[in-house]
Design a binder for this molecule. Structure first.
Ligand code: PEP
Ligand code: MN
Length: 367
């Protein structure tokens, strides 16, 4: 349930209403500033509350609404339609994930392989315009015989890449036992598709307060995904970014997964949380990544996650879907004017003689 207060409600009255609500059985009021209005979200046993009675608490109460969805804090209603922002402090400055901000590009290899490789990749990603380096230290692999990631030593290499480039770091945590180590290095902690419903892990990342990137489970419904986000939000961490990475379907001969682009407008109608799209894991093939990256921007994604490897043929994991540095640079040159066209980019690139003819035309049109 949410209680919307009139604008100009005095602070003392806001506090008084919260106190009155707190005195109701098993109810926790949560104050949110939204659209210059104060909205109080009520959590707990709200079924027993009578909206008309709450309305009587103060003449400053504009409206009392029930949030009918099973996810409460994650719902758009809970913020009265206002999109949330996840602001991440990186050595290069604050980066904001959110609907009214430029598209944030997150790039890097599937796994951190060695120091030279991760630092080189980080420099390439930064030069091309990425704001975050992502690379796995702990890898969830289908086969127990496949490369599992270098673990703790890879975290140190990520820290080194951060120091050299100033890029923020995104890396996955698979086990609650590793969370402190991962959170010490990561600016954003990734919860992978296979752990989307690992509830103890969700609670624990919720308790850290670190921004969390929550990937959609392989066969998770949108509601299950938002309920997973709700675990993190309910543990007190409002900094959740949702990442669509492709879902299972009946025909996966030509792509690894099916990128659910329609999830972007659907999520927009359900939640205030920022949306990232990962066309690399979705398609599983590097040649399809640029098209789906463009489609994601056109559909309104707030962020993109792209796998990049200096030598994909030799990658220890996910080589077939990783872009070469040249292909990544080309993609960034192409998406900049495209995203600018949608008002989601700040600076335009300078097309080089190598850039395609349509890119020159598009840059001119977007100017
Ligand atoms: C990854 O990001 O490298 C990864 C393993 O992704 P997912 O959890 O989406 O499979
Ligand atoms: Mn991968």
């Amino acid at each position: 349930m949410i209680v919307i207060l009139k604008s100009q409600t005095p602070l003392s009255e806001v506090e008084r209403i919260c106190e009155e609500l707190r005195n109701q059985n098993n109810i926790t009021p949560e104050k949110l500033e939204s659209n210059h209005k104060v909205v109080i979200g009520l959590l707990g046993d709200t079924a027993s509350l009578n909206p008309d009675q709450i309305q009587q608490l103060s003449p400053f109460i504009e409206q009392v609404l029930r949030v009918k969805k099973p996810f409460k804090r994650a719902s758009l209603e809970f913020r009265h339609g206002e999109p949330s922002e996840v602001v991440v402090q990186t050595p290069n400055g604050a980066v904001t994930f959110g609907q009214n901000h430029p598209v944030v590009v997150v790039a890097g290899p599937c796994s951190v392989e060695n120091e030279e490789m991760i630092v080189e990749t980080a420099l390439i990603c930064k030069a091309a315009g990425a704001k975050f380096l992502r690379g796995g230290a702990y890898k969830p692999r289908t086969s127990p015989y496949a490369f599992q990631g270098h673990g703790e030593s890879a975290l140190e290499l990520l820290a080194k890449a951060r120091e050299v480039t100033g890029l923020g770091i995104i890396t996955e945590v698979m086990d609650t036992a590793d969370l402190d180590k991962v959170a010490a290095v990561a600016d954003v902690v990734q919860v992978g598709a296979r752990n989307m419903q690992n509830f103890p892990l969700l609670r624990k990342v919720g308790a850290t307060g670190k921004p969390v990137l929550l990937k959609r489970g392989l066969s998770a419904t949108i509601e299950e995904w938002l309920m997973a986000a709700e675990y993190i939000l309910a543990a007190g961490n409002p900094n959740v970014i949702l990442c669509e990475r492709g879902i299972r379907s009946f025909d996966q001969k030509y792509t690894r997964n099916v990128l659910d682009i329609s999830v972007i407008p659907v999520l927009r109608s359900l939640t205030h949380l920022p949306i990232m799209i990962d066309p690399s894991h979705a398609t599983g093939k590097s040649e399809f990544v640029p098209t789906m990256a463009m489609a994601s921007i056109a559909a309104g994604a707030d962020s993109l996650m792209i796998e990049v490897h200096p030598n994909p043929a030799k990658a220890l994991s996910d080589g077939p879907q990783s872009l070469t540095p040249e292909k990544f640079e080309q993609l960034m040159l192409e998406i900049a004017p495209f995203a600018k066209f949608f008002g989601r980019w700040t600076t335009l690139p300078f097309p080089t003689a190598m850039s395609s003819h349509w890119l020159h035309e598009f840059v001119d049109a977007a100017k």
